[in-house]
Design a protein around this ligand. Structure first.
Ligand SMILES: Cc1cc2nc3c(=O)[nH]c(=O)nc-3n(C[C@H](O)[C@H](O)[C@H](O)COP(=O)(O)O)c2cc1C
Length: 267
């Protein structure tokens, strides 16, 4: 599937995580469209998104008032990948965020949940293949324009509106050096979602393109930081393409993540 650049570029600018849903069922046509997107959006082999139209048993396990508590959602997306493939985390992040942006374009609210869901109940519903792992899920549904009290507390707790500056997420950040498409890419990556809003990405320009590396690769969350980076990869690419720099990602071993290589000479 070709990237719906204009629509996802609009989505990435307005998306925010939402955790309290009205409970109103999602329209059938929208669910059909989301199912279609799951089938068609396969940017890398070995990863996929699955839509669960009607949740049978609550999979969201956050405690009330704690990080990860989701209420009122009856529909969700699950993001899976073959755990034996190199770079599976960044692939899952990239693929999952495409579906999140598609849901946003269709008027649905979302929230990446990597830690606080029940993998066993989810697996019973989805039936992953033997090598597949469910890395994360996102509730899908309608929310009110206003945040409720718990949601406000949660958002403040993880400082979800705060973002690092461009200087903090990139080397040589000198507006004359960075071409406009790459600056647009950085701005879009900067507002990408990440677990506990840690924004573990770092960008630098090199001769072949834009290199994405993981900030502080160590620690027990080492692997899921690559999931965050996959999300930032999609944001970066959408903005780069919207600004005239179509290209492709080359996946790289740790602590680097990937390099965006523009298809024509725009550096
Ligand atoms: C990979 C990933 C995992 C996340 N896991 C959780 C989670 O378990 N519980 C939760 O409430 N939010 C979770 N979030 C949402 C982040 O807290 C949120 O994206 C971040 O605070 C930035 O806020 P924003 O999405 O509104 O821009 C996760 C986000 C990502 C990208």
């Amino acid at each position: 599937m070709e990237l719906p650049v204009d629509s996802w570029y609009r989505s990435l600018k307005v998306r925010h995580s939402r955790r309290f849903f009205t409970g109103q069922p999602v329209d059938h046509e929208i669910l059909d469209a989301m199912e279609d997107a799951c089938t068609r959006f396969k940017p890398f082999p070995g990863v996929r998104g699955v839509l669960v139209r009607q949740m049978k048993e609550d999979i969201f396990r956050g405690l009330v008032g704690s990080y990860g508590k989701v209420r009122g959602a009856t529909t969700y997306l699950a993001f899976l990948g073959d755990k034996e493939i190199d770079g599976v985390q960044e692939r899952v992040g990239y693929c999952g965020e495409g579906l999140v942006l598609e849901a946003t374009a269709r008027g649905l609210s979302t929230c990446w949940i990597a830690g606080f869901f029940d993998p066993y109940v989810t697996a019973q519903e989805i039936k992953p293949l033997s090598k597949e792992k469910i890395f994360a899920v996102s509730p899908l549904g309608y929310t009110t324009a206003e945040y409720n009290r718990d949601e406000k507390i949660m958002s403040t707790l993880v400082r979800s509106r705060k973002r690092k500056s461009l200087a903090q997420i990139s080397r040589q950040i000198n507006r004359e050096k960075w071409p406009p498409w790459a600056l647009a890419g950085l701005e879009a990556a900067r507002i990408a979602p990440s677990a506990v809003n840690r924004q573990p990405w770092f960008f630098s320009l090199d001769k072949r393109g834009v290199l994405l590396s993981m900030e502080k690769p160590g620690g027990h969350n080492h692997f899921s930081k690559r999931l965050d980076c996959g999300i930032a990869m999609l944001h970066f690419e959408i903005a780069a393409r919207a600004n005239g720099a179509a290209g492709r990602w080359e996946l790289l071993p740790s602590p680097d993540v990937a390099r965006y290589i523009p298809s024509k000479d725009v550096l």
